[in-house]
Design a protein around this ligand. Structure first.
Ligand code: ATP
Ligand code: TZE
Ligand code: MG
Length: 264
C-alpha cells in the first residue's frame, strides 16, 4: 500500500490551475475535497509569480484564447524554472486548428511532466486519423498503448490516456488501470479535474512520477466506482463523487504493481 494520499493531505499542495470556464468551480471543489489547495490564475501579469509559488501548474486549453495561451506559456516556463511539475490537458486538441497549434506551441516551449487526455486528444497529438467530436473522445481506431508510448518518447514526458480503461506510459513502461464507472463520462470536467488531481499527486510524490500518476488514476477510478454505488445518474453522482474524493484513503485503492515494458 502506498501512503501517497496521506502525504498529499498532509502537504496540501497548492495547485495552480489555468483552466477553462466550464470546469473551474468543479476543479477547485474537487481539489479541496481531495485535500489539495486550488488557485485559479491566468492573467499574464501574475502567472509567473503564481506558478513559481505553487507546487504544480495545470495547463488546460478547454476554452483557450490568444491571451491565455500566451499566459500558459509564461506560466509553464516559470514552473519549469522553479522545478515544479506541469500537467497539460489538451482538451479538444483535434477539434480545431487553433487547439492543435496551441498544443504544439506549449509542447515546444514548456517541459511538460504529464499529458492527460482522452483517446481523441491522443490521436490529435499523434496525427492519427480520427473523427473528433468537440471535447469528447470521438471515434477511430488506434493501438492506444503504442501511440501513447510514441507521444511520451517524442515529448519526453508521461502520457495518461483515460477512458473505460486508463493507460499510463513514460514511453518505456506502460500500465493499464481499470475501474471507475461509465457515468464519469456523463458529467462535464471529470477529465479536467483528474488532470489537476494528477498534478496534486505529482507535487506530493517524492519518488517516481510514474508511480505518483498511477496512484492518482487508481484513486480517481476508485472514487468514481464508489460514488456510482450511491448513484449512477449524473445529477446525484456529482455530489457523491465529491464526497468520495474526500472519503477515500490510501487503503481504499490499489495501484497496479507491475508496468509492462514496451519496445521502442
Ligand atoms: N466508460 C468508462 N468507464 C469507467 N471509467 C470511465 C469511463 N469513461 C471515463 N472514465 C473515467 O472518467 C475519468 C475522466 O476520463 P475521460 O476520458 O472521460 O476524460 P475527458 O474526456 O477528458 O473528460 P472532460 O473533457 O469532460 O473533462 C477518468 O478517470 C476515466 O478513467
Ligand atoms: C464542454 C467543454 N467545452 C470546452 S472545455 C469543456 C469541459 C470539458 O472538457
Ligand atoms: Mg478532457
Amino acid at each position: 500500500m502506498s501512503n501517497l494520499l496521506s502525504e498529499l493531505r498532509e502537504r496540501r499542495p497548492l495547485v495552480h490551475c489555468m483552466t477553462n470556464i466550464v470546469v473551474a468551480n468543479f476543479q477547485a471543489n474537487g481539489l479541496l475535497a481531495l485535500g489539495a489547495s486550488p488557485v485559479m490564475a491566468d492573467a499574464r501579469e501574475e502567472v509567473e509569480e503564481m506558478a513559481a509559488a505553487a507546487s504544480c501548474t495545470v495547463l488546460n486549453i478547454g476554452t483557450l484564447h490568444r491571451e491565455s495561451l500566451e499566459a500558459m506559456e509564461m506560466a509553464g516556463k516559470a514552473a519549469n524554472g522553479a522545478g515544479n511539475p506541469v500537467v497539460l490537458d489538451p482538451v479538444g486538441a483535434g477539434a480545431t486548428r487553433f487547439r492543435r497549434d496551441a498544443v504544439s506551441r506549449l509542447l515546444g516551449s514548456v517541459n511538460i511532466t504529464l499529458i492527460r487526455g482522452n483517446t481523441g486528444e491522443l490521436a490529435a497529438l499523434a496525427g492519427v486519423d480520427w473523427k473528433a467530436s468537440g471535447v469528447d473522445a470521438g471515434d477511430g481506431e488506434m493501438d492506444v498503448e503504442t501511440v501513447a508510448a510514441q507521444v511520451a518518447r517524442n515529448y519526453d514526458c508521461l502520457v495518461a490516456v483515460t477512458g473505460a480503461t486508463d493507460v499510463l506510459t513514460d514511453g518505456k513502461r506502460t500500465m493499464r488501470i481499470s475501474g471507475g464507472h461509465p457515468v464519469m463520462s456523463r458529467i462535464t470536467g471529470s477529465g479536467c479535474l483528474l488532470s489537476a488531481v494528477c498534478g496534486a499527486f505529482l507535487a506530493a510524490g517524492k519518488g517516481d512520477p510514474f508511480h505518483s500518476v498511477a496512484a492518482a488514476l487508481a484513486f480517481y477510478k476508485a472514487a468514481g466506482k464508489r460514488a456510482a454505488e450511491v448513484s449512477s445518474l449524473p445529477g446525484s453522482f456529482l455530489p457523491a463523487f465529491m464526497d468520495q474524493l474526500a472519503l477515500i484513503g490510501d487503503r481504499d485503492f490499489t495501484v497496479p504493481e507491475s508496468a509492462k515494458e514496451v519496445r521502442a
